[in-house]
Design a protein around this ligand. Structure first.
Ligand SMILES: [Cu+2]
Length: 167
């Protein structure tokens, strides 16, 4: 192979890889919430789908709305208590796989909110991937309770049925 064709092949590989990264990651059902307007912390939930991109990993997140943004999950300890854990190594995102972040499980944690999260507002969220790099999305604040759509597991339901009892 000549020097020239080697260089061209290298350039082509770099471009096609970058395009695959850009096309590969999709965000679905993303929203952010806080427990109350006074809350000092909040969280974001979403499904991240790796649509044909290379194996990747979500390793961090950032947003101007919080002093600190971390990747968290919930785990049950030996006493059966659910605890929130900072997952420093992040979440694997294999080719054609997905990261499901939903209430009671994995989430993006906002600590030290600089403004209160209000229904319908949009916040910027940057997701940092090991391979794909940084991608910034605008996600909506949704404070309404959501029933999980088929992802719920036994024992961790969040279905509060209000029947207008007054409180
Ligand atoms: Cu958390």
């Amino acid at each position: 192979m000549s020097v020239r064709s080697t260089v061209l092949a290298g350039i082509f590989a770099a471009f096609s890889t970058a395009a695959a990264f850009a096309d590969g990651i999709e965000l679905h059902d993303a929203y952010a919430r806080a427990a109350s307007p006074m809350a000092q912390s909040g969280a974001a939930f979403m499904i991240i789908h790796n649509h044909g991109g290379p194996d990747d990993r979500l390793i961090g997140a950032a947003s101007p709305i919080a002093q600190k943004v971390e990747l968290h999950t919930h785990e049950e300890d030996d006493a059966g208590v659910m605890r929130m854990i900072h997952v420093e190594e992040g979440f694997a995102l294999p080719t054609d796989g997905e990261i499901v972040m939903e209430r009671g499980g994995k989430h993006v944690m906002f600590m030290g909110l600089s403004e209160s999260l209000e229904q319908g507002m949009t916040i910027p969220l940057t997701l940092i991937f090991e391979a794909a790099g940084e991608m910034t999305f605008d996600i909506e604040v949704d404070l309404e309770p959501r029933a999980g759509h088929g992802h719920d597991h036994d024992g961790n339901h969040d279905h509060s049925h209000s029947h207008g009892s007054g409180d």
